[in-house]
Design a protein around this ligand. Sequence first.
Ligand code: GLV
Ligand code: MN
Ligand code: MN
Length: 406
Amino acid sequence: MSFAELWAELLPVGRDEHTGGYWRFSWTEPDAACRGWFARTAASLGLRTDCDGNGNLWAWWGTPGPGSASAIVTGSHLDSVPDGGAFDGPLGIVSAFASIAQLRNEGFLPARPIGVAAFTEEEGGRFGVACLGSRLLAGLVDPDTARDLSDQDGITLASAMRAAGRDPALIGPDEKLLAGIGAYVELHIEQGSALDGMGAAIGVGDGIWPHGRWRLDFTGRADHAGTTRLPDRRDPMLPFAATALAARQAATDHGALATFGKVIAEPGAANAISSSVHAWLDARAPEASVLDLVVAAVSEVAAEAAAMHGVGFELRQESFTPLVSFDQVLRDRIAGVLAAAGQQAPVLPTGAGHDAGVLAARIPTAMLFVRNPTGVSHSPAEHAEPADCEAGVAALTTVLADLAGR
Ligand code: GLV
Ligand code: MN
Ligand code: MN
């Protein structure tokens, strides 16, 4: 089973025919189709599949757990951001299956179990918490809080899982599963163009910037756009506008990144002042102390501007990932084995979040990146060349053979 065949099978699932982007929110129909593809592919490779209590999918070559040597797990996620690219997440899973197919063809006999994981709700696109599946697995999110998370239509995670045939009572940490894993290696498209600048098809991850998401609620008063005098308005859009500009300024001042990519103005009438504006700040910085400064600066401007316009303001953190430095021993071993195989793979950091970054708190993790010639990601325009995807599979195959070999 080649990478190209596997890729072509998954490609139509959840694709918007107008934009070419992907809508693969967790526990929706496209997600079920992705899960079906995962199960069929794993079965055709002779792998045993399983879904853990948090909805993460697993495909096993060998049996992990106490008594067996620790498993080597690879994988990524199948969910997408709204109108996302084809590669962010699926590249890691398709590459994992393609590598296993190649190892099987070569007659490789793993001394350690090899697993493929598809973590659920990595993007937080439906329920707001990024890397929710891996955070729950690692015990980093309270199960009751997770069950109560709701999507834009007020559907809770618990009811979405129930509707998909899963039991939300099983949500929570899984120490037994984690204890059976010796290392997690995630292959991912690069979400930047550093590799292209270096002329390299693949790279090895060094670490991930601290990053998080904050929800800002501005509460004003709905009123008529044509009759309400300007001094009488309590318009939540105005403090939001000032806050969006402040975020850009704070990011510039501190060498960080800050983005408002999601804004909801309610009730959403073109001829009315909004009653409320809800906005999500995504902020990332090279150090946690710098990130704190950025969020504090944004919050201060938001509070001042809200008060000036007679608008209520609340801010709350929805998710946070501290600075991640991938396991140095694992990283050096991977870089070494790739170099020995003639696969040039420079080491590079990233500002993007990954399940590997979450799991790094509990087990040795590493990442492989595949060149993205434009650097564009979280967009239908995201792209990687087929030859680079093949190079990614070759690198992952080399790494799995080394880590799971005798
Ligand atoms: C995931 O791609 C993230 O960095 O938010
Ligand atoms: Mn992403
Ligand atoms: Mn991703």
